[in-house]
Design a protein around this ligand. Structure first.
Ligand code: ADP
Ligand code: MG
Length: 210
């Protein structure tokens, strides 16, 4: 055989026929909606924002007055998504619990963003202190990643540190993983090991005592 070896077609999820289900997960404010929109264009896929779907279709369990948030009925969202899956060949499901909704065999991309930057983002959004703290803590402690691994195993999970990347760079990275030209990686960040973490932990202690 002559010519350069090609990766087997089975590892190219963009070219191959059949269903492609992609979950974009990560703490609120990491860039999921932005990235999912661009990726959907790139892949000619349908993009489903789970938070919007749950709100628009009233898939809520209860209203948590203390946290001032509605609790999403995960089972109802799962059932709704299952019905949509049969309709679309390529689907991107996006939200901070997308890894929980994604069926087995899906690709899972976990977006990460430095928690001190996330704090600024969420404060700018007007979240109250408790909600900012809760989400910053979740990012600091890898909550979405560990849940995703627990549910799906690590074979088709890739983590992207979005902190200093443009949306285009992030979409390109995801695209390369799906094409099989970049190996999927997890464990790419350790926020607690960064110099900025010390100050952030003090801030967290401070807000929880308020
Ligand atoms: P999520 O859906 O995860 O809550 P969004 O997509 O709404 O996050 O993004 C949160 C904010 O960050 C938005 O203002 C968006 O424009 C901005 N943003 C998203 N991706 C990036 C990026 N790679 N670099 C800088 N800002 C970004
Ligand atoms: Mg969003």
């Amino acid at each position: 055989m002559f010519g350069s070896p090609k990766s087997p077609i089975s590892s190219d999820y963009v070219e191959r026929k059949g269903k492609l289900i992609i979950a974009i997960t990560g703490s609120p404010g990491v860039g999921k909606t932005t990235i999912s929109r661009l990726l959907a264009e790139r892949l000619e896929a349908r993009h489903l924002d789970l938070s919007r779907l749950a709100l628009e279709e009233g898939l809520m369990e209860e209203w948590n007055g203390e946290r001032d948030t509605a609790i999403v009925d995960i089972e109802a969202v799962k059932r709704r998504v299952e019905r949509l899956l049969s309709r679309y060949g390529r689907l991107i499901i996006e939200g901070h619990y997308a890894h929980d909704i994604a069926p087995k065999g899906s690709w899972i991309f976990v977006l990460r963003r430095a928690p001190w930057r996330l704090r600024d983002e969420l404060e700018e959004r007007g979240y109250d202190a408790g909600k900012v703290r809760e989400n910053v803590e979740a990012e600091l402690l890898d909550v979405c990643l560990s849940e995703a691994i627990e549910i799906h195993g690590s074979e088709r999970i890739h983590e992207v540190d979005t902190t200093d990347k443009t949306p285009q760079e992030i979409v390109e990275e995801i695209y390369e993983v799906l094409r099989g030209v970049r190996p999927p990686r997890i464990g790419v960040v350790d926020w607690l090991d960064r110099p900025e973490a010390k100050q952030l932990l003090e801030w967290l202690k401070d807000v929880s005592h308020r």
